[in-house]
Each structure stands twice: as structure tokens, then as C-alpha cells.
Design a binder for this molecule. Structure first.
Ligand SMILES: [Mg+2]
Length: 395
């Protein structure tokens, strides 16, 4: 890793007094022309949106007895910031109830944001202001973070990755494609549909795990598979049994979050020392502050912008994990191309990518980084500076 990657260039940016003038906000994308603010330098628009899933989505904590459960839609909130000079920044909150956040709580938080306290020229100062409004609310803060970096990098005439001092190599970064918990016959169909993607991620923790892996293997005999238990196994002995079964497959790369994040670290260390496959923290690793425990208990971590509170938080979480000698993955929720593209800018800091949330929905309202055959690319991104995202549907 080059020394430039340890720098945090956004920290050197300073705001100006002019950019901190007081003002009001606008909160309705449907009526932007009707709201005119002559005082505020930055305007904020919020928009709720329901992402529609191509397949009903179930994971260990949402699957119900018999294998039913899950959801057909995922509620997100989009944020758009516009500066006085017309520079815009787009962000997205995809809150998860697992972290006691949802679209309503994110929207309420974002409505409290005074845009006069936000500045593309002072991203850290703007984020500090958000922390003064209320603790937690990481998805909502993450949305503002993405929008701020979008605007800041646009003003610098660079893509966000370059603005952060990172590179992005085309034809190098590959995302896995996730297969949610379902009945074996549906798993088979999903895996066939996912044929173009070279790596799969199978959700487990339901009643049909063994049949589901068998259904996957019936149509994808040797394809690399990552497994995500989403805290589904409640004892260390059960977790070890399940991981030993998965290791016997021969093509499982690692297992995400085998046990609850609340598990006694002694049990996780017991499991880490015996597991035949690397185990990766997801629900256990929200941000860099969790690194000490995760370095002891896991081989790898899954970093998500939604958990870490945005781009700077995710950058720090990735760097902390690398410094601790852990493997890293950048993951996602069910989310649009806004959040997925934001995460893709950090690809250089990750050993693995799991950036498929936008591939699992049918009504992504934005265009950004692409994932043809699983290869994350900015080559067709509609904008070469900032986030690289614009409104539009992929045909
Ligand atoms: Mg996970």
C-alpha cells in the first residue's frame, strides 16, 4: 500500500465564513422551483424511494419458520445538495433495522439538517456539525457524506477516488452476486440467472441451507461462493459444525458473521482458532472503533458506508482493518447506484467487493459504476468527476 493511501486529503480542506451563512432548507424534490432561499449557500432536497427487489429478499434474521418471510421492497432516502454556484452532490441513505435505523428515522434526521452548516469546501466540518445534531443515524449521515464528497470532488475536477488519493484500476475489481434465502428450486433459478457473475454469495441460516447449497451446486459446480450467516448460528459448536460442512464444499471462500455480534469474544476466538474457513465480521464491525475486538475474533471484516457513516468513515474502517492485518471486503445493503458507486470509489482498499445491492432491484433510479459480468467499472459512468452518478434508468 502506497503512502498516499494513508493521507486523508479531505481533512486539509477549510470552509469559509461566507460558506457558513445561515439559511433555510428545501426538502421536496417535487417542488424545487417553488422554494427559493436567498440566504443559504447550500440547498438540500430529500426524496424517499422504494427500491423494488427482483426476488423476495430473505436473510437469517428475516426468514420465518418454514422458510417464508423477507421483503419485496427496501426503503431508501436520497439527498441532493446544491451549492450557490450550482455544484450538486447526491447521496443515499439505505438504513437497516438491524442498526435501529429505518427510512423514517433517516428522513427525520435529515429534515433536522440546516444546509447552511454544510459546505463542499469543508467536508469534515460539515460532518462534525451532523454529529452535533444527534448520535448514531449513520445511514443518514452517510447520505450527506456521499453528497458532500460528490460536490467536493466535482469542484476539484476529480473522481472521488482520486480526490481521496486513491486509484481505481479497470478490469480488476469483481463483485459477488448475492443469493438470498429461499426454497431450493428458487435458489436454482436465481443461480442460473446469476450465471454472468463469477462469484456468488449465499445467504444461510434458514431451514434449507444444505438443500440450498446443493441446488446452487447443481447448476454452478465449482463457482467460488461466499457464505453469509447473518448471525444465524447461536452456539460456537453449531457454528463450527456448519463451517466444517461448508469447507467440505471445496469452493467456499469465507463465512460472514457466523454468530451474533453480541457473542462473548472468547467464543468467537474459540471459533476463529478452529474454523477451517476464514470468518469475516459484518454486524460486528460497524466502524474503525470496533477494530480491536474484530482483530482478535475474526480474519476479515466487511465495511459498509451505511454502517460507517459515509465515505470518510468507511475509508477509516478499511485502513484500520488493513493496519491490523485483516482482509477487507466492501459490502452493501439493498441500495441504488448512488451508494454502490460511492463504495466503488474505495475499491482499492478492499480485498473483496460485495457491491451488488443495485443489481438485485428492478427500479434503480440512478446510473453510475457498472458491474457487467461482475466487473466494477467507471468506464461508462455518466460523469467523470465526483461520484459519477446521474439520474436515469439502465435499459
Ligand atoms: Mg453480511
Amino acid at each position: 500500500m502506497g503512502s498516499t493511501r494513508n493521507r486523508r486529503p479531505w481533512r486539509i480542506l477549510k470552509g469559509t465564513k461566507a460558506e457558513q451563512r445561515q439559511g433555510n432548507r428545501t426538502n421536496n424534490l417535487l417542488l424545487p422551483a417553488l422554494v427559493c432561499d436567498f440566504v443559504s449557500r447550500v440547498k438540500i432536497n430529500l426524496r424517499r424511494f422504494d427500491l423494488k427487489l427482483a426476488h423476495r429478499w430473505a436473510i437469517a434474521r428475516s426468514v420465518q419458520a418454514g422458510g417464508s418471510g423477507g421483503t419485496d421492497i427496501y426503503k431508501v432516502v436520497f439527498v441532493e445538495l446544491t451549492d450557490a454556484d450550482g455544484t450538486t452532490g447526491i447521496g443515499e441513505a439505505a438504513p437497516s433495522p438491524r442498526y435501529e435505523e429505518n427510512a423514517d428515522s433517516a428522513f427525520v434526521f435529515l429534515e433536522r439538517v440546516n444546509p447552511a452548516r454544510l459546505s463542499f469546501a469543508d467536508v469534515p466540518g460539515s460532518m462534525k456539525y451532523l454529529d452535533s445534531i444527534a448520535p448514531q443515524n449513520f445511514a443518514a449521515k452517510g447520505a450527506i457524506s456521499i453528497a458532500l464528497f460528490d460536490g467536493a470532488a466535482r469542484r476539484a475536477g476529480k473522481p472521488i477516488y482520486a480526490f481521496l488519493g486513491l486509484d481505481f484500476a479497470e478490469r480488476k475489481h469483481i463483485t459477488s452476486f448475492s443469493i438470498g434465502i429461499d426454497k431450493p428450486e428458487v435458489i436454482r433459478r436465481k443461480v442460473l440467472e446469476a450465471a454472468p457473475y463469477p462469484v456468488l454469495k449465499l445467504k444461510v441460516g434458514g431451514p434449507d441451507d444444505k438443500q440450498n447449497l446443493a441446488a446452487l451446486r447443481a447448476v454452478a459446480k465449482k463457482k467460488p461462493v461466499r457464505v453469509d450467516a447473518n448471525e444465524g448460528w447461536k452456539t460456537k459448536e453449531d457454528a463450527l459444525r456448519q463451517i466444517e460442512w461448508l469447507a467440505a464444499d471445496g469452493h467456499v471462500q469465507f463465512v460472514e458473521q457466523p454468530m451474533p455480534a453480541t457473542t462473548d469474544p472468547k467464543d468467537l476466538i474459540w471459533l476463529k482458532n478452529r474454523s477451517p474457513l476464514p470468518i469475516m465480521a459484518d454486524e460486528s464491525y460497524l466502524s474503525a472503533k470496533d477494530i480491536d475486538c474484530c482483530a482478535e475474533c475474526y480474519h476479515a471484516v466487511n465495511v459498509k458506508l451505511v454502517k460507517a457513516g459515509g465515505i470518510a468513515g468507511a475509508y477509516e474502517a478499511l485502513q484500520a482493518a488493513r493496519k491490523a492485518g485483516l482482509k477487507t471486503m466492501i459490502g452493501c445493503m439493498i441500495e441504488s447506484s448512488v451508494l454502490i458507486t460511492a463504495a466503488a470509489h474505495l475499491a482499492e482498499l478492499a480485498d473483496h467487493l460485495d457491491l451488488d445491492g443495485n443489481l438485485l432491484v428492478t427500479n434503480d433510479p440512478y446510473l453510475g459504476a457498472t458491474a457487467e459480468r461482475g466487473i466494477i467499472s467507471f468506464a461508462q459512468a455518466p460523469d467523470k468527476t465526483g461520484l459519477g452518478v446521474r439520474a436515469g434508468f439502465r435499459c
